[in-house]
Structures are given as structure tokens and as C-alpha cells.
Ligand binder design. Structure first.
Ligand SMILES: Nc1ncnc2c1ncn2[C@@H]1O[C@H](COP(=O)(O)OP(=O)(O)OP(=O)(O)O)[C@@H](O)[C@H]1O
Length: 277
């Protein structure tokens, strides 16, 4: 059906066992992402953004567990699926682009070979077509295709490895992408390039994107809707335009104020600048 969300989290709670009691790390999380939509999840450090992402992907650490709720992805509650079923969603269905790209490639195999193997393991493409696809994606990431393709990860800069990792994920064209602090790990220009590219893929493939960030300016600029998390709960949500116009929760207001640490007159100009982004 057209209007069933791609992803719908209902009343999610994640707890950690401490001796005999359960400590709630996130609770009462309700969140939706439609096809083609880019949704922001914003909040201070430790508010529960990563745990939410890991729960969606089935990558929660052993020390915590989902104690309540459902995560519907394409109308199936993934929480009832086996580990194997959930792993099989990763790559083609769901993908994460994270700030921690170091584990994306095996150190002793050339980037190109790893890209081709990943593309082939998720499709029936021939080696030649997979290689072409890898080249195209590296080009889109503004990387020198030939050199990156023939390099080992340790021969490249951190930023190049991350963009190569993004290129690999993009080659799979997942239906749902989580971007976890993508712009934090990269310098401004590369962060913008990666986000622009994700945006282009979204328009081409109509995938849904959940963008995790603590950068309010990026969230304002990029997202259609926003969820604000604080201390394990969603404290504010709505269309980005509305939150930008009138943040209501104290935490959102404080984030907003931190964008504008200026005297009143300058603050007005600066606020206009933020809104104009
Ligand atoms: N493996 C774990 N075991 C126990 N507690 C955890 C674990 N991972 C996270 N937590 C706790 O859960 C809460 C939410 O953490 P989470 O990593 O989701 O925050 P975050 O919003 O992503 O923060 P950041 O922006 O710093 O990445 C924190 O109190 C954290 O200490």
C-alpha cells in the first residue's frame, strides 16, 4: 500500500540488566520513515540515538535487550525475525553509513576487489558489470576511480576510505539508509559531498533515510521531519520547518540558542541566515 511507512517503530524500549533490576536506556520510542523521506534524529550525546539505530539494524550489543515494542520494516516486525533473517536484510534492504568507517574494509585486500565482491554478493551482476558499477560510484564520490580501486585501505586517507565505503553501500541501492553522524567524521566539504550524494540516491531510488546527528544546522538543511531525543525519549517531533520556526521543548530551544550565541541584533540576522540555509 502506498501510505504504509517504510519503517515504523512503535513504543520501543531497550533495557540493560543491572544486577537484578532492569535499567531503561530508551523508552516509548515512536518513529516513522516513509519511502523517499529524509528524517532527522537529533539529540545530545547519550540520548539514545545509536541504540535506536542499532535496534533497527539488529546490531544491538549483547548487554542490552529490547524489552518492549515493535519495529515494522516493509510491514514485517523485524524483532520477531531470526538473526539470520535480519542479517540478510543488511546491505540491500537496510544500510548504515557511520562515522566509524574503519571496519568497512578488510586491510589486506584491495578496495576494488572488496567492492566487487560486496556488489556481487547482493546481486546477480557479472564481475565486469560489478566493476563498472564500483567505478561509477567511486566517481560519484569524487574519488580517482582507478587509484582507489587498486589500493589497499591503508594506502588511502581516512576520508577516502570513508567515501569508498559510502560508494560501496550506494552501489547496493538499499531501500533504507541510516546516516550516523556522517558529517562529523568528514571535513565540511567531504561531508557535504556525501550528504549531497545520499540525497541524489534518495531522489533516484525513493529510499528512506534516517539521519542521526547532533548538528542542528545540518538537520535543518537536510531533513523533511525531525525527532528530538533527550535522555532516552523522544521529546519533540514534527516537520522540520515547524520545529525551526517554533521549537517547543527546552532541549530543542537550547540547541537552537547554541546556534546563535550572539548579541540580539546579530542574532536576528544570524537566525535569518539559519532559516535561509
Ligand atoms: N553496549 C551498551 N551497554 C550498556 N549501555 C549502553 C550501551 N550502549 C549504550 N548504552 C547506554 O545507552 C544510552 C544511550 O546511548 P547511545 O549510544 O544510544 O547514545 P547516542 O545518543 O547515540 O550518543 P552519541 O551522540 O554520543 O553517540 C547511554 O546512557 C549509554 O551509556
Amino acid at each position: 500500500m502506498m501510505n504504509v511507512p517504510l519503517l515504523e517503530i512503535h513504543n520501543l524500549e531497550i533495557t540493560r540488566k543491572i544486577q537484578k533490576s532492569e535499567l531503561s536506556l530508551i523508552k516509548g520510542i515512536n518513529l516513522k520513515v516513509a519511502r523517499g523521506e529524509i528524517v532527522g534524529l537529533i539529540g545530545e550525546s547519550g540520548s539514545g540515538k545509536s541504540l535506536t539505530a542499532k535496534a533497527i539494524l539488529g546490531l544491538l550489543p549483547e548487554s542490552v535487550k529490547v524489552s518492549e515494542g515493535s519495529i515494522m520494516f516493509k510491514e514485517t516486525n523485524v524483532l520477531t525475525q531470526s538473526k539470520k533473517q535480519r542479517y540478510s536484510l543488511l546491505g540491500k534492504q537496510m544500510a548504515i553509513i557511520s562515522q566509524d568507517y574503519r571496519g568497512s574494509f578488510t586491510p589486506y585486500i584491495k578496495i576494488g576487489k572488496q567492492m566487487v565482491e560486496t556488489i556481487q554478493s547482493h546481486s546477480s551482476l557479472s564481475k565486469k558489470v560489478a566493476k563498472q558499477k564500483a567505478f561509477d560510484m567511486l566517481g560519484h564520490m569524487d574519488l580517482p576511480e582507478e587509484r582507489i580501486y587498486n589500493s589497499y585501505p591503508f594506502q588511502l586517507s581516512g576520508g577516502q576510505v570513508q567515501r569508498a565505503a559510502v560508494a560501496t553501500i550506494m552501489a547496493l541501492q538499499p531501500s533504507f539508509i541510516i546516516c550516523d553522524e556522517v558529517t562529523t567524521a568528514l571535513d565540511v566539504i567531504n561531508g557535504e559531498k556525501v550528504m549531497n550524494y545520499i540525497d541524489m540516491i534518495r531522489r533516484m531510488t525513493n529510499c528512506g533515510v534516517l539521519m542521526i546527528t547532533h548538528d542542528l544546522t545540518q538537520a535543518f538543511k537536510r531533513t523533511d521531519r525531525l525527532y528530538v531525543m533527550s535522555q532516552g525519549e523522544i521529546v519533540e517531533e514534527g516537520p522540520t520547518k515547524e520545529i525551526r520556526r517554533l521549537p517547543t521543548h527546552a532541549y530543542t530551544k537550547s540547541l537552537y540558542a547554541s546556534l546563535l550565541p550572539l548579541p540580539d541584533k546579530q542574532r536576528e540576522t544570524s537566525a535569518r541566515r539559519v532559516v535561509d540555509l
